[in-house]
Design a protein around this ligand. Structure first.
Ligand SMILES: [Zn+2]
Length: 604
C-alpha cells in the first residue's frame, strides 16, 4: 500500500449526505427558496461535494472571498486562488430574506443539494476581474462571464444529494475513487496532466517525459464547461481513449475526467489545477507554457512563476514546469527549446486554427504532429460539426496549454505535385465504390449520388442515415475484389485502409479519390459549380479543399446569371457555322458578337 499525498488543508472533504438522509433532505428542499445554478456553479458544487475542492465545504463568504482576491489565500491562510462563488439575481435575493437555507437546483428544476446561508454580499465584477484574470477586458471569456452574472453573492456550506448520471460517468472518478486506484497500484510519485484540448504528439511527449521519472500518470482532462471553440469533451474523450489504448503503458496510466469548468484564469487557475489534483492523490502536475491561458493575457511562464510565491509545504504538490514541445526535423524527434539547439524553421508547428482548418476540410495532419487515431476522431468531429461553407474568421485566439505554438507552416511536402489534367467523368449508371461510412464519406456519397452513379458503400459500421434505397451497403471490412468493375473509388476509411484501397485500385486501373491524403489520390474531387448547363470545377490538388470551396463561391458570384441563354445562343451558332462551313478562327468573334446582340435588344 502506498502512502498518498495529503489532501489540501489536511482533510478530504465529503459534502454528500449519508444515504439514510437523502430522502429527508430532498423533502426539505421542496419547501426552501431555490437558487438556480449555472454550469460553472454546478461544476464547482460537484468539486466541493466530492472533495476535489478541499478544504472548501461550500461557496465562499465575504471574508474568504476578499482574502482570495487579495492574497490568494482563504481567511485562515490556506493557499486558495479562485473565488468559488454563488451569484443570485435580485428576485432570488429578495426571496432568500429571512431564510436560513436554500435549495440548489439546475435550470431543469433538479435539486442538487441544500445551502446553509451564512453570508449575503456584493461583488464588484471589475475588481474580481482584475484580481483573478489580470484584466478588465470584456473580450476575456472569464471577464465576459463575470459581467454577465448578478453582483449579489451568497456564501455558506452545502450538503449535496447523490449526483445525477453525468457525461463520462465511467471516467468521472471522485478524489476518493482515484486515490483508491492510485493506492492499489502502489504509486508514490504520481504525475497529473491537465488538458482541455486533444492530445497531440507534443503533449504526449511531455506526459511521457513525466512518466519517465514518476511511478504513474493520470491523464486528467477537464470535462466542465469550456469556451465554444474548444473541442467538446465527447470528441476529446474518444481521442484520449484511442491514444491511451495504443500508446501508453496500461499499468502505468489512468485516464479520468476532471469535472471542473474552465475559467481561463492562467496562473491562478494553474495553481488551482495543482491543488485540486493533490486532492485526487496526484503529487506532480505538469504545468505547460501559458497553462490555462487564453489569448495574450498572460506571459508564457506566468503560471510557472505563480508556484514560486509559496513554500513547497504550503503547496504540497509539485509543478513540473515545461516549455512547449514540438517536432524538430533536424533532431528527427520531439523536443523543446530546452533540448533542441536548432532554429524555429526546423520545427513542424501548426497553430490550433490551422489544425482545425485542415481537419475541417478532411485533410491529413502530419504523423509527427498528431497520431493517426487522434486525427481520425477529430476529423470526424469537424466533418460533423463544420458548416459546409467557407471557414468563418476565428475571433478568439486558441491557446493550447502545453503549446503547439504560433507560426503557420505549410503542411504540404516541399515538392509540388505534378499538374493535374482535369477530366469530367460521366458517372451516371457507372459503379462507384465508397470505402468508409463516416461523416466525410457521407458527404462524398451525397455528391456522387447526385451524378446518377450506382454507389456501393463498404464499411464494418454504417450510420443509420446511410440506409437508403439508392445505396448498396456492404457491412464488412474492405477486400481488394470489391473494386472489380468499379470506375471510381472514394477512400474515406482510416488511413491504413485507404492505403490498401489505393494499392488494390492501382492493380485494377481504378481511379482513387482518397479523402485524407492527396498523395494517395489519382483522382481529385473538385469544388463543382454548375449553372445553365455549364460546369466549372476548382481543385487545389487536394491540398486545400477549404480554399477550393472559397474560390468556387467567388466564381459563383462572377458567373452571369443567364448562362443558360448564352448556352442556347452558342448551340444555335454552332449549328449555323457547321451548315455554312465557317472556319474555326472566325467562330469566337462571331459568338461574342451574337452574345452582345442578346443584350443590345434589352432596354436597361
Ligand atoms: Zn532540433
Amino acid at each position: 500500500m502506498s502512502r498518498l499525498v495529503d489532501p489540501h488543508g489536511g482533510t478530504l472533504v465529503d459534502r454528500f449526505v449519508p444515504a439514510d438522509e437523502v430522502e429527508g433532505l430532498r423533502h426539505r428542499a421542496e419547501s426552501l427558496p431555490q437558487i438556480t445554478l449555472d454550469a460553472r456553479e454546478q461544476a464547482d458544487l460537484e468539486l466541493i461535494a466530492t472533495g476535489a475542492a478541499s478544504p472548501l465545504v461550500g461557496f465562499l463568504g465575504a471574508e474568504d472571498y476578499r482574502s482570495v482576491l487579495e492574497r490568494l489565500r482563504l481567511a485562515d491562510g490556506t493557499v486558495w486562488p479562485l473565488p468559488f462563488t454563488l451569484a443570485v439575481d435580485d428576485a432570488t435575493r429578495d426571496a432568500l430574506r429571512g431564510a436560513s437555507e436554500a435549495a440548489l437546483g439546475d435550470s431543469n428544476g433538479r435539486v442538487w443539494g441544500v445551502l446553509r446561508i451564512e453570508d449575503v454580499y456584493t461583488r464588484d465584477p471589475l475588481v474580481e476581474s482584475r484580481a483573478v484574470y489580470g484584466t478588465e477586458d470584456p473580450a476575456h471569456p472569464g471577464v465576459a462571464y463575470l459581467l454577465g452574472r448578478p453582483r449579489t453573492l451568497v456564501g455558506g456550506t452545502v450538503r449535496v444529494l447523490p449526483l445525477p448520471e453525468l457525461p463520462f460517468a465511467r471516467y468521472r472518478l471522485t478524489p476518493r475513487e482515484l486515490r483508491r486506484e492510485i493506492a492499489a497500484r502502489g504509486w508514490q510519485r504520481v504525475a497529473g496532466f491537465q488538458t482541455r484540448n486533444p492530445i497531440h504528439r507534443a503533449h504526449e511527449h511531455l506526459t511521457k517525459v513525466a512518466l519517465e521519472v514518476t511511478d504513474g500518470l493520470v491523464l486528467h482532462p477537464l470535462v466542465g464547461e469550456t469556451k465554444g471553440d474548444d473541442v467538446p469533451a465527447s470528441a476529446r474523450f474518444q481521442a484520449y481513449e484511442a491514444l491511451v489504448a495504443g500508446y501508453y503503458p496500461k499499468d502505468r496510466t489512468i485516464l479520468a475526467a476532471f469535472p471542473a469548468a474552465m475559467r481561463y484564469a492562467g496562473p491562478r487557475e494553474a495553481l488551482f489545477h495543482a491543488l485540486a489534483r493533490k486532492n485526487y492523490g496526484i503529487t506532480h502536475l505538469l504545468v505547460g507554457r501559458d497553462h490555462a491561458g487564453v489569448g495574450k493575457y498572460y506571459g508564457p511562464f506566468d503560471a510557472h512563476a505563480m508556484f514560486d510565491r509559496f513554500t513547497p509545504a504550503e503547496l504540497g504538490v509539485t509543478p513540473i514546469k515545461l516549455d512547449a514541445a514540438f517536432f524538430c526535423k533536424a533532431c528527427g524527434s520531439l523536443a523543446s527549446t530546452r533540448t533542441c539547439p536548432h532554429d524555429a524553421a526546423d520545427r513542424l508547428e501548426l497553430s490550433g486554427t490551422r489544425v482545425r482548418e485542415i481537419l475541417r476540410s478532411g485533410g491529413d495532419l502530419p504523423r509527427e504532429f498528431t497520431r493517426v487515431e487522434v486525427a481520425e476522431v477529430l476529423r470526424a468531429h469537424y466533418a460533423a460539426s463544420a458548416p459546409a461553407a467557407a471557414p468563418s474568421p476565428v475571433s478568439v485566439p486558441v491557446s493550447v496549454p502545453v503549446s503547439v505554438s504560433e507560426p503557420i507552416q505549410p503542411v504540404a511536402s516541399a515538392t509540388a505535385p505534378p499538374a493535374l489534367f482535369p477530366v469530367f467523368l460521366k458517372l451516371s449508371g457507372r459503379r462507384v465504390v465508397v470505402v468508409g461510412a463516416g461523416p466525410v464519406a457521407a458527404s462524398k456519397i451525397k455528391s456522387v449520388l447526385d451524378t446518377g452513379a450506382q454507389v456501393t458503400v463498404i464499411a464494418p459500421e454504417v450510420a443509420p442515415e446511410l440506409e437508403r434505397p439508392d445505396l448498396t451497403l456492404v457491412r464488412r471490412a474492405f477486400r481488394p475484389a470489391d473494386l472489380d468493375g468499379a470506375w471510381l473509388v472514394v477512400a474515406a476509411a482510416p488511413p491504413e485502409v485507404n492505403r490498401e484501397v489505393r494499392a488494390a485500385a492501382e492493380q485494377r486501373g481504378v481511379f482513387v479519390n482518397a479523402v485524407d491524403n492527396p498523395e494517395t489520390c489519382s483522382a481529385y474531387a473538385g469544388g463543382v459549380l454548375t449553372r445553365g448547363g455549364v460546369t466549372v470545377a476548382v481543385s487545389s490538388n487536394g491540398e486545400a479543399p477549404a480554399l477550393a470551396g472559397l474560390l468556387r463561391e467567388a466564381l459563383e458570384t462572377v458567373l452571369p446569371e443567364d448562362l443558360e441563354r448564352w448556352l442556347v445562343e452558342a448551340r444555335a451558332q454552332r449549328k449555323k457555322w457547321r451548315a455554312e462551313g465557317v472556319p474555326m478562327k472566325k467562330r469566337r468573334p462571331l459568338l461574342l458578337q451574337a452574345l452582345n446582340e442578346l443584350y443590345a435588344e434589352t432596354p436597361q
